[in-house]
Design a protein around this ligand. Structure first.
Ligand code: IPM
Ligand code: MG
Length: 357
């Protein structure tokens, strides 16, 4: 049976990092006879330029018909003045919403060879292995009402709505407990239940769901405290589950523990179907210069093989190849330090490919 993968490289450094990820994907596809087929499409600013919309109907159709979606990055200065409904970022939210990709898994794992690349001390980040489970299709980013309205006195009023229902919280909590069960069996639910009603409900529902997972130790933390604890003592965390907005912010913060946001992959899931992308953005400032780190996108391929296609040996081989490249001293600019071998995007791809026998 062939497996169809929709590929959207997007904007900025998206196409460069995707090129390397696809080379890796094609290599393991051959090696493990995975039967994958790739179909490319446009989303983001590049789609807006050609079709006047960041998420053309044809791209959405392609994404819906595929078993999995690979995405590079979207956005750039050029499109920042467009109405929100036309911005490249809307394509991401549109894909997430349309495919109901409610569970976003963002692992932040410190590679031993890179512990000194973090801005935090080695003794703080050594051994860090955190999975942030972010709710991805609810909360403030999708809540209604939203908008900006003119007031009689000539000023304006902008508003968004933080909203969660019981079933929405239940399903993301279940994913988080399942993930925790397969890891260190510790789950920290992050909210702002001391101030927000929606967070109060979040906490109550998570406690209810926990009854089916007596083997997982559940704790709760306010988001402000969590932001502080992540850099004070990150090793206390195993799995974090939180809402859309807090997850957006905390996952960027967690990424810096690993040395660079260029290292972190992600999976956005609805059951087996998933969209896989690096957590970094399109980095227009370095686009087209061969400086981008392709590792986050390459590791996203590994996540895809693992979560959508149950091809865990192929996934493991990619992860090992990345480790080998880092242990060999190869570094893109974002993770470079004295004495290491500085490589371009493509050279990093070459080194990783070579490690996949
Ligand atoms: C992310 C990004 C997106 C988000 C943006 C680009 C819409 O920051 O995936 O974390 O806010 O979810
Ligand atoms: Mg973000």
């Amino acid at each position: 049976m062939t497996k169809k993968i929709a590929v959207f490289a997007g904007d900025g450094i998206g196409p460069e990092v995707m090129d390397e990820a696809l080379r890796v994907l094609l290599r393991v596809n051959d090696k493990y006879s995975l039967g994958m087929e790739i179909e490319k499409g446009l989303v983001g600013g590049c789609a807006y330029d050609q079709h006047g919309t960041p998420l053309p109907e044809s791209s959405l159709k392609l994404a819906k018909s595929a078993d999995a979606v690979m995405l590079g990055a979207v956005g750039g200065l050029k499109w920042d003045t467009l109405d929100y409904s036309l911005r490249p970022e809307r394509a991401l939210l549109g894909l997430r919403g349309e495919l109901d990709l409610y569970a976003n898994l963002r692992p932040a794992k410190v590679h031993p060879a890179l512990a000194d690349a973090s801005t935090l001390k080695r003794e703080v980040v050594d051994g860090v292995d955190i999975m942030v489970v972010r709710e991805l299709v609810g909360g403030m980013y999708f809540g209604k009402p939203k908008g900006v309205e003119k007031l009689p006195d000539g000023t304006e009023r902008g508003f968004n709505t933080e909203v969660y229902t019981t079933p929405e919280i239940e399903r993301i909590a279940k994913v988080a407990f399942e993930v925790a069960r397969k890891r260190g069996k510790k789950l920290c639910s992050v909210d702002k239940a001391n101030v927000l009603e929606s967070s109060g409900l979040w906490r109550r529902v998570v406690i209810e769901v926990a009854k089916a997972y007596p083997d997982v130790a559940l704790s709760h933390m306010y988001v402000d405290n969590c932001a502080m604890q992540l850099i004070r003592w990150p090793n206390q965390f195993d799995v974090i589950v939180t809402n859309n907005m807090f997850g957006d912010i905390l996952s960027d913060e967690a990424s810096m523990l690993t040395g660079s946001i260029g290292m972190l992959p992600s999976a956005s899931l609805s059951g087996k179907k998933g969209m896989y992308e690096p957590i970094h953005g399109s980095a227009p400032d370095i686009a087209g210069q061969g400086k981008a780190n392709p590792i986050a996108t390459i590791l996203s391929v590994a996540m895809m093989l693992d979560y959508t296609f149950d091809a865990s040996s192929a996934a493991k081989e990619i992860e090992n190849a990345v480790t080998k490249a880092l242990d060999g001293g190869y570094r893109t600019a974002d993770i470079y330090s004295d004495g290491m071998k500085k490589v371009s995007t493509k050279e990093m791809g070459d080194v990783i490919l070579k490690a996949i026998a």
